[in-house]
Write a protein that binds this ligand. Sequence first.
Ligand SMILES: NC(=O)c1ccc[n+]([C@@H]2O[C@H](COP(=O)([O-])OP(=O)(O)OC[C@H]3O[C@@H](n4cnc5c(N)ncnc54)[C@H](O)[C@@H]3O)[C@@H](O)[C@H]2O)c1
Length: 308
Amino acid sequence: MEGKKVLVTGGAGFIGYHLCSKLSSFTDNVTIYDNLSSGTMQNVKDVPKAKFVKGDILDLKTLCEQPKQDLIYHLAAQVVVGYSMENPLADFETNAKGTLYVLEKARKDDAKVVFASSAAVYGNPTVFPTPESYGFHPFSCYGLSKVVGEQYCQMYKEQYGLEVVITRFANVYGLRCHGVIHDFLDKLAKNPDKLEMLGTGQNCRDFVHVSDVVEALLMLGDRKDVNGEVYNLGLGKTTSVLELADMILKILNLQNRTEVTTTGVSWQGDVTKIWFDITKAKKELGWTPKVTLEESIKEVIADRKIKV
Ligand SMILES: NC(=O)c1ccc[n+]([C@@H]2O[C@H](COP(=O)([O-])OP(=O)(O)OC[C@H]3O[C@@H](n4cnc5c(N)ncnc54)[C@H](O)[C@@H]3O)[C@@H](O)[C@H]2O)c1
C-alpha cells in the first residue's frame, strides 16, 4: 500500500471511515470521495491524513478530474433495502449507474477496483452456508442493483483488462455502524422495559465485525492474484434477530425486565436468512474473522456508555 494513491468512494460512511483510518496508516495518499448523503463530516475529520472531496459518483466530470489513482475502493451506495423498493429508480442511479461511472474513472486511470457488493445478490438462498457459486437470485431492487454493479466490474475486466475484485459483505457492524444492533440499543436507552422489533424476530443474519472486513479489504487491495475473484466476507455463523436481542439483554442485565415484542411484518425485500460460506476467503486469502458478535456488542455498548 505504501505510496499508492487510493480513492475511497463512500469513505465518509460507516465501513469507509474504518477503511480510510487503516489505509491512512500505510499511505499518505488517501482520498475520501463522498457526497455526504448518509456519511458524516465527523467521519472525515477523524481521518485527518486523508484528503476529502465532497463529490457525487454520478458527477462523472468531478470524479474524472481527481488525480490519477492506483486503487479505488468503491463503497458509495444507497444501502437501504426498503428504500430501494420504494425508489427503484434512485437506487438504480446510485448503485448501478454510479458503479459504472466509478469504473470509467478506473479505466481512465488504469486503477484497480475493489467493489463492495452484498449478500443481497443471493436473495433468499436455499443453500446454507451460502457459497459464492450460489449465483444471483436478488429479492430486492437493492440486490439487483448490486448484481448489475458486479456484472459491470466483470465486463470491464474482460473487455478493458481492468483489475477488479468483488467482495460480498454480510451484515457488517462495529463502532459508528447503523442497523439492527444500534436500533435495539437506541430503543432500550429510551425505554428499557420494552423492545419492539420489526418482523418476526426469526430472520437470521451473519454478523461480521468491521475490523475483520477492513482486514480483508486491505489484503484484496494489495494482492495481485485475486483479479476477477468474488469473496464472501461474513463470520460464517448465523444468528436470529431474537437471539441477538437476547444477547444484548443479557449483556445489559435486562433479561428479566424487558418485554420483547415483534411487529410480525417486515419491509419489502427483506430476506429470511443470511449465512455465508467463507471457505474461499479463508483458503485463498488466509483470512479468518476474529471478532465474535458478543465481544463487539459489548464494545458498542461500552462506547455508547449505555446505562439502563
Ligand atoms: N453495512 C453493511 O452491513 C453492508 C452489507 C452489505 C454491503 N454493504 C455495502 O458496503 C458499502 C458501504 O456501506 P456502509 O454500511 O458503510 O454504508 P454507509 O451508508 O455508511 O456509507 C455509504 C457512503 O456512500 C456515500 N454515498 C452515497 N451515495 C453517494 C453518491 N452518489 N456519491 C458519493 N457518495 C455517496 C454516503 O454518503 C455514505 O458515506 C455499500 O456499498 C453497501 O452497499 C454494507
